[in-house]
Every structure is written in C-alpha cells, then in structure tokens.
Design a protein around this ligand. Structure first.
Ligand code: GRF
Length: 195
C-alpha cells in the first residue's frame, strides 16, 4: 500500500510512521505534504528519502476549496492508497474528505469522543479527568468524529500541566499510530486498544 502523510509542523508522528514502514511492512511512504513550506517535518522526511511537497495555505486566504485543489495535485500525483493526517492543522472540506473516505486516518490527542477540537489536554485537566490519551480514527466530514481505529491511555498525574500531559500522550501517539497503520494497511480495521 502507498501512504501519503500530511503534516503542518514538526511531524514527530510522521517520523514515527515513516520509521515503522522501513522494515517488512504492508505499506510504504510515497509522499509527505504540508500546508506550511517551513514545516520542519518536510526536511526530516526528505532526509529519509521520502518525496515531499508543500502548498502554503495562506495565499488562499479563506478559500479552502482553492487551497485543497492545489494540495491535491502532488497528492494525486503520488497515487496514495492511504492518507495519514499527522499533526495536520487545517480543516478539510467534505469534498476533499469524500475523495479519500474510508482510507484517510488522523491522530487526535484525546480519548474521543471526548474533547473533539483543540486544547484537549487543558480541557481534560480542567475537567479533573484521571486519564487522557490519543485516538486514531478514520476521517469523515465531521471534525474528529470518524470510526475509531485505535486508542492509547495515559494517567493524568498530580501537578500535570498541559505541556507535561501533552508530552506523555505524544509518546503514546508514536506507538499507536504506526501500530494502527500496519493493521489498516493489511486490511484489518478492528480497533486497537493499547494498554
Ligand atoms: C500532536 O499532539 C498530535 O496529536 C496532533 O498534532 C500534535 C503534533 O504532532 N495531531 P506532530 O509532532 O507534528 O506529529
């Protein structure tokens, strides 16, 4: 299976995915694309020999459809079977999602369906939750709402701040996303619940 990864920033999840596909694996990376030409992840992907592309979303202002038409060019040229959103911070239109429905994944830093949207760790702390975590889900038109493919949980510890909790969750993201992608690429969609 051919995998394209979309990023907006450092791409630590993208790196974890690329590294997981280095050995024997049902998938291989064919593109890393970003909405930010300065995304540090692009350089890291290029260093691993993966083709990269960047389409700056800013010149398109609020015209999401025009931005997505530009972003689709390198994506379609790479002919991916699976799209992985990994720290990709742009909301995609239903039209874009429809093109990849059933084969587009995202990682979200909360135990969905709790805390869709942003600032998930701060919200979990403010709610006094005992645990937090991350979710890999299929992307549908509704934000952070598609079928869950995997989750990993972490304890919220006394004295945790959003930053310390985010770091603890991020480590689990790097284990969860590659494990889910490996199964998904092999055609297995049974949810994976890491310990
Ligand atoms: C992570 O918290 C991830 O859950 C969210 O974006 C953040 C940064 O991810 N989707 P990355 O380091 O760019 O992969």
């Amino acid at each position: 299976k051919r995998v394209a990864v979309l990023i907006s920033g450092g791409g630590s999840n993208m790196l974890a995915l690329l590294r997981s596909m280095e050995g024997a694996h049902p998938a291989r990376p064919v593109l890393v694309a970003s909405n930010d030409p300065a995304a540090a992840g692009l350089k890291r992907a290029a260093e691993l020999g993966v083709p990269v592309a960047a389409v700056d979303h800013r010149p398109f202002r609020g015209d999401r459809a025009a931005f997505e038409a530009a972003l689709l060019e390198p994506i379609l040229a790479a002919e991916p079977d699976i799209l992985c959103l990994a720290g990709f911070m742009r909301v995609l239109t239903p039209a874009f999602v429809a093109r990849f429905e059933g084969r587009m994944l995202n990682i979200h830093p909360s135990l969905l369906p709790k805390y869709q949207g942003l600032h998930t760790h701060q919200r979990a702390l403010e709610a006094g939750d005992a645990e937090a975590g991350c979710t890999v889900h299929e992307v549908t038109a509704a934000l952070d709402d598609g079928p869950i493919l995997g989750q990993a949980r972490v304890p919220i510890l006394p004295g945790d701040k959003a930053e310390t909790l985010a770091a603890r969750v991020l480590t689990r993201e790097h284990a969860l996303y590659p494990a889910v992608l490996r199964r998904f690429a092999a055609g297995d969609r049974t949810p994976l619940l890491l310990d």
